[in-house]
Design a binder for this molecule. Structure first.
Ligand code: IMP
Length: 192
């Protein structure tokens, strides 16, 4: 049975997200708009807002890739909120090449927010193509494919309270390859 090595445990996630919540609460006032990118950021956002001691507004964007591997994206769901004149934090699951982030920050900046900062759960700097200014980072990860805590492969693994490193060839051959290990509870390191 293939095994996906543990990257970040449930306990480490709780501690890291709580710390980000504290930093955001210290840096912003009530009414800051947290813009989360569907779908990968949803689990992170849900824990992040509950770790905050101020009252943020939340809204969602969704992007879709134009073609596989082109790095080009387009907006497929827009915000409901007018962010003009507001302080905005873009909440991402992971910044990898930086292409999605560059597109989104350019798009949001056009709407004249009072400020725009990035909060990402994960930073994967090894594959960066475009520079990214990341104000709030939970964890830096190596050049591996990350699953769990909102991050998926073919829709699987989002609801795991941990992050693991999946092998892309193994997942391409069988998207459920790690289900038995990660949901079976047989590995004590993966207990949250
Ligand atoms: P970027 O445009 O290359 O920075 O990547 C943006 C998106 O690709 C992220 O928001 C994720 O949805 C996805 N992505 C990048 N790396 C991973 C990974 O390791 N696991 C799961 N999704 C990833």
């Amino acid at each position: 049975m293939p095994e996906a090595p543990l990257l970040v445990s449930g306990e480490e996630l709780r501690t890291g997200v709580a710390e980000l919540g504290r930093k955001l609460s210290a840096g912003y006032d009530d009414g800051v708009v947290l813009v989360a990118v569907l779908k990968g950021s949803v689990v992170f956002l849900a824990d992040l807002v509950r770790a905050m001691t101020i009252t943020p507004l939340i809204d969602f964007l969704a992007v879709s890739a134009y073609g596989h591997g082109t790095g080009r994206v387009r907006l497929v769901k827009d915000l409901d909120t007018d962010i003009g004149g507001r302080h905005v934090v873009l909440v991402e699951d992971i910044v990898d090449t930086g292409l999605t982030l560059a597109y989104l920050t350019a798009e949001l900046a056009q709407r004249d927010p009072a400020s725009l900062a990035i909060c990402t759960l994960l930073d994967k700097p090894a594959r960066r193509i475009l520079p990214a200014e990341l104000a709030f980072v939970g964890f830096e990860v190596p050049d591996v494919f990350v699953i769990g805590y909102g991050l998926d492969f073919a829709g699987r693994y989002r609801n795991l309270q941990l992050l693991a490193a999946g092998d892309l060839d193994t997942l391409a051959a069988d998207p459920d390859a790690y289900v038995a290990q990660l949901y079976g509870g047989s590995d004590p390191r993966l207990a949250s």
